[in-house]
Design a protein around this ligand. Structure first.
Ligand SMILES: *[C@@H]1O[C@H](CO)[C@@H](O)[C@H](O)[C@H]1NC(C)=O
Ligand SMILES: *[C@@H]1O[C@H](CO)[C@@H](O)[C@H](O)[C@H]1NC(C)=O
Ligand SMILES: *[C@@H]1O[C@H](CO)[C@@H](O)[C@H](O)[C@H]1NC(C)=O
Ligand SMILES: *[C@@H]1O[C@H](CO)[C@@H](O)[C@H](O)[C@H]1NC(C)=O
Ligand SMILES: *[C@@H]1O[C@H](CO)[C@@H](O)[C@H](O)[C@H]1NC(C)=O
Length: 365
């Protein structure tokens, strides 16, 4: 039977049933009983991601849907209808080959503008054609960068005013952070981004603001995917090993201290070229997926899908996470010098400079 899914955030203790109200194209409305599939990963918070599956009857031919606890006594004019998007398609004509979903939501304290420009320009060189970001609010310089890339058409900003509805936690540790919902609703955001891009992009890359999935043997990510997909035709989820490049350690030859960049707040990731070795078995991963094969995703791995998962060999491609690992003193001898990002210097630096000049025009350098 045909069904429409509504991606929701719901109270995991809900005891009353949910109903779907369809707005039919010919006459009036139709109410059906919803089936709710809650995500198993919620980090202990009271609210979590859930898929509300609404069965449709063939006679209805609906264009809009709503979800309610009250199936019999509603005022149709008051029902908040959502338009039904994303109807299943079989063709393969996607406007984009590779879209990046930034999977953590921006918060007020985030003003890491320089690292954001560097990440975007790096991804563009690697074959990314579109980026989607979920915004609550952020610092003034980062906001300027977001508007720049939005005007350019590269970035889609999805408004995510989660604090108007719930008290979101700012991380994952429930016991310390309290609140209603894990990390600003990150899991719902990631699922939303996959569904939103299902028929717009051949592949979707899910990673955080401070991460880049970097190819080590190819010059762009599409070549990596092409090669892997040729060898493993049924793979729909590609997992990449995460590697931390601590911002507490910098290149000792002082390359890439471009004076132009001083006006831009944030981390200059080109300075941080020491990688912490991954001990066996503890690496987390980030992923590139075929969005049409995904039913449910969690942060580090997919929960429900069609097809197979592949762990991409790290020497072919790995995640660079440029961050403060809060590990205290790191002994230099254990770290691996990894200058891969410098291989892109010639193309990358002028592009970053151009964006800095255009966005920071009122500053004197
Ligand atoms: C369903 O509705 C759409 C849009 O209103 C219309 O184009 C289509 O012909 C309808 N299909 C049927 C089977 O009624
Ligand atoms: C996606 O990649 C294929 C194969 O390389 C290419 O033929 C196609 O033009 C690309 N599509 C877009 C939108 O760039
Ligand atoms: C992000 O959201 C905040 C709060 O709603 C808004 O003020 C700001 O303009 C948004 N930023 C962008 C780039 O859309
Ligand atoms: C994918 O293909 C491999 C080898 O061709 C096979 O071993 C595996 O069972 C397949 N997995 C799925 C989920 O079809
Ligand atoms: C990459 O790693 C694999 C498995 O560890 C190894 O077989 C292969 O030789 C490595 N390739 C390179 C170029 O180092």
């Amino acid at each position: 039977m045909k069904a429409t899914q509504v991606l929701t955030i719901e109270d995991r203790n809900r005891r009353i049933p949910l109903y779907c109200i369809f707005c039919c194209s010919r006459d009036g409305v139709e109410v059906t009983v919803a089936k709710v599939v809650q995500h198993s990963i919620h980090y202990g918070y009271r609210f979590g991601a859930a898929h509300v599956i609404c069965p449709e009857t063939p006679s209805c031919n609906s264009t809009h849907v709503s979800v309610t606890t009250n199936p019999s006594d509603f005022d149709i004019a008051e029902v908040p209808f959502l338009s039904i998007e994303n109807e299943e398609r079989r063709d393969e004509n996607f406007p984009y080959n590779l879209t990046v979903c930034i999977s953590n939501v921006l918060g007020a304290e985030n003003n890491n503008a320089l690292q954001f420009i560097q990440m975007v320009e790096m991804y563009k060189l690697l074959g990314v054609q579109k980026m989607v970001i979920y915004n609550t609010t952020c610092g003034p310089d980062l906001r300027r960068m977001l508007h720049y890339y939005q005007d350019e058409g590269f970035l889609e900003i999805v408004m995510w005013p989660i604090s108007n509805f719930l008290v979101p936690a700012t991380g994952w540790k429930f016991k310390e952070l309290k609140g209603d919902l894990h990390n600003y609703g990150q899991i719902t955001v990631m699922n939303d981004c996959i569904y939103r891009n299902m028929y717009r992009s051949r592949y979707v890359l899910l990673a955080d603001m401070d991460q880049i999935i970097m190819p080590y043997e190819h010059t762009n990510l599409l070549l990596v995917l092409q090669e892997l997909q040729k060898q493993h035709t049924n793979v729909t989820v590609f997992l990449f090993e995460n590697n931390i490049f601590p911002t507490t350690l910098s290149d000792q030859r002082n390359r890439f201290y471009d004076p132009v960049w001083k006006a831009v707040p944030g981390v200059n990731m080109l300075k941080h070229i020491y990688r912490i070795p991954v001990s066996d078995g503890i690496a987390s991963t980030k992923m590139i997926v075929n969005p049409r094969a995904i039913e449910q995703t969690a942060v580090f791995t997919v929960l429900k899908m069609y097809g197979a998962t592949l762990h991409v060999p790290p020497n072919m491609s790995r995640v660079m996470q440029i961050t403060d690992p809060e590990l205290g003193d790191l002994s230099m001898e254990r770290l691996i010098l990894d200058e891969r990002i410098w291989d892109f210097e010639e193309l990358l630096i002028p592009r970053i400079n151009e964006v800095v000049h255009k966005t920071m025009a009122n500053y004197s350098f």
